[in-house]
Ligand binder design. Sequence first.
Ligand code: GDP
Length: 357
Amino acid sequence: IERQGEWDVNDSLSELAQLAETAGAEVSGSVWQKRSRADAALYIGRGKVQEISLIRQELGVNVIIFDDELSPAQQRNLEQALGVKVIDRSALILDIFAQRAHSHEGKLQVELAQLKYNLPRLGGQGLVLSRLGGGIGTRGPGETKLEVDRRRIRTRISDIEKAIENLKSHRSLHRERRQASEIPTIALVGYTNAGKSSLLNKLTAAEVLAEDKLFATLDPTTRRSKLPGGQEILLTDTVGFIQKLPHQLIAAFRGTLEEVVQADLLLHVIDASHPQFEKQSIAVYQVLKELGADTKPVITVFNKIDKIDNEYVIERMLRRTDSIAVSAVAGTHIDKLLAMIEGSIKATSIDARLIIP
Ligand code: GDP
């Protein structure tokens, strides 16, 4: 179903394939259908379901992934009709996050997002029953397994929410201390795989995991560094953004992304060698806007220029005063970027002095 401003189907599907590979799957192929409206029961048409069923048997496929979010009913109906596990983009992204979360808070946030995603998808029937029997006296041996499962999940959700709230207040204490120390904070933002971790490594000589996989960075990493002029700075690497990020995850990572909201300066890292880099940048801006961080000072960093042989393209990127073309891997123009950061921090601190009498 084409919606305005959305990605081209093939681009979105090839990204979905990359996500599936990141999750450890082997991709056999892709199928798509043009429709004006999603089928309420099956998302796609009945004929298409039959076609996919045949392909599935031929190729021995054991999971089918849909690029858009399926309703719990659509997912169930499709599984029944196709006789195979059916998941959607949101579930896939949640799965990758679950594999890659390292910190305590990161793990909690992913679990929370998964529970919220799974709750309406638990079992088939029972929702009506559970609404009727929500009160005292309905608990106990007579309760269905589904009911117990649902109640356990809700309890777990509220426990996790409390735990995250606690961690959050700890974090804001840390941040207040950091702000009191007056060290400017710079957050690296960008589409997944743009090269944020690699750039952080180059800027700070820290060894942060850089991988050619989507979402190698899940938990924010903050490193202390010094600008050429001697000014100390704090650099924070954030989780990568992606189009059609499950909304449960945006909510879950809002806390983590507070680093972005609190930063003095953003470095928007773009993989300039990616054919879809413009659409990727728009997806990043949309998330920044949602976070209320779209008015912050930003330096746009066009990365991976070692992979571009078109001088004209690089020239165009360099023409803007607030952007720079670099190679985090080859180390090209890192010195210039540091000088830009220095200039921008000086400018913002002058602004701050102007506001504070
Ligand atoms: P992140 O997801 O934004 O943190 O991206 P990473 O730093 O993990 O980088 C993703 C992939 O791009 C890795 O394979 C990096 O080696 C590669 N990469 C990053 N910067 C550059 C660059 O300037 N040039 C080239 N050729 N590859 C790069």
